[in-house]
Design a protein around this ligand. Sequence first.
Ligand SMILES: [Zn+2]
Length: 86
Amino acid sequence: MAYKCPRCGEPVQRGHSRGAQMAGGLVGALFYAAFGSFQCEGCGKIPGNEFPAEDRSKMRVGSLMLVGGAIVLFAAVVGVLIAINS
Ligand SMILES: [Zn+2]
């Protein structure tokens, strides 16, 4: 999922944080990706409100999908742990 930087037109990436990844593993990284800001190579962090409305609604859907994925992953991990412990 690529969005264009509203300042320079280059593609931006969802931000990621090593700290969130260490704290919450893959699930934490997914949550951070869902709620964190976007990163442009040239301009740095781009707050969501600088993007056009059309992109922002797509980002909301993308974020919901990331959160949904994180929840499914979490449930799967818990299920595996329960299966191992029983
Ligand atoms: Zn830029």
